[in-house]
Design a protein around this ligand. Structure first.
Ligand SMILES: Cc1cc2nc3c(=O)[nH]c(=O)nc-3n(C[C@H](O)[C@H](O)[C@H](O)COP(=O)(O)OP(=O)(O)OC[C@H]3O[C@@H](n4cnc5c(N)ncnc54)[C@H](O)[C@@H]3O)c2cc1C
Length: 245
């Protein structure tokens, strides 16, 4: 992250930390600025890349971005003898063994959240989430069931209905690009950065067809999509007889 930040600054970027975007100022059907506690920062082009807050900001620009935020965690075990396997995806988990021997796994258990407020504290790992992760890992690798969990980390992932990113600059308002990576963002970030540069500067991605990552794919989405996918918070859970099959 630091390397990206320095490289951006070397190219003239100004990074304002602790300056949440509170909203988008619109005029004449276009985005003209970002509202912050210190005033409006004017813009010709705007990229909305605020993770789980992207849907709220996109709404200001008249764009409907369907997102379901969830807290996800990873766990790391103590080092074990190397297995003849690289990454493994199974039992509701994904992960890999590091060269040092630690099993780093997560992803399988999401704690679904309602809207994430701008002043939301940073998520921290929690025992209720770690336990099912550790149990699933022990089931996946029974011979490693004795391994102790030595580390964990947590974050909030914004999930699109199909789990794929949105990288799109819709015709209306025309100067707003939406960039939300759903739950697959780390690995894609170098290519995403280049695609974003293309979309903003050239008006389209010059090296890949991003049609499948457009917002338009959600045009006919059922308004009840979160509930239908079972992605609701315990408080919003439907009565048992209404549960989706
Ligand atoms: C535990 C865990 C493990 C993961 N493992 C992997 C993995 O192995 N591989 C992988 O590819 N992906 C992984 N992911 C998913 C990956 O982190 C996300 O896909 C990716 O970070 C999403 O990128 P993003 O740019 O859309 O949003 P984010 O990374 O969430 O970035 C959004 C940024 O916007 C800022 N922001 C939010 N609101 C505002 C606001 N109002 N004003 C100003 N700034 C704001 C945030 O501070 C943040 O810096 C993991 C996620 C978690 C939580």
């Amino acid at each position: 992250m630091q390397a990206y930040a320095w490289a951006a600054q070397d190219h003239g970027a100004r990074i304002l930390q602790h300056t949440p975007a509170l909203g988008i100022a619109m005029a004449g059907g276009r985005a003209v600025g970002v509202r912050t506690a210190d005033g409006v920062i004017g813009c010709d082009q705007l990229v909305i890349a605020a993770g789980p807050q992207s849907d709220r900001l996109a709404r200001d620009a008249g764009l409907d971005l369907p997102l379901a935020p969830a807290r996800a965690e990873m766990i790391v075990t103590e080092a074990l003898p190397l297995m003849p396997l690289g990454g493994v995806d199974g039992n509701g988990l994904y992960g890999r063994q590091t060269l040092r021997g630690n099993l780093a796994y997560g992803g399988g258990w999401h704690e679904w959240l309602d809207a994430v407020p701008a002043d939301n504290p940073l998520p921290r790992p929690s025992t209720p989430t770690i336990r099912p992760l550790a149990r699933r890992l022990a089931e996946l690798f029974p011979k490693a069931a004795h391994a102790r969990v030595i580390r964990s980390w947590a974050g909030i992932v914004e999930n699109t209905p199909d789990g794929r990113p949105v990288l799109d600059r819709p015709a209306d308002p025309g100067n707003v690009t939406v960039a939300t990576m759903s739950s697959v963002g780390f690995g894609l970030s170098p290519a995403t950065g280049r695609a974003l540069r293309d979309i903003v500067v050239e008006g389209r991605c010059t090296f890949a067809d991003l049609g499948k990552l457009s917002l338009a794919r959600f045009r006919d989405l059922d308004p009840d999509w979160r509930r239908r996918q079972g992605w609701f918070t315990p408080a919003a859970a439907p009565a048992r007889e209404e549960m989706p099959a």
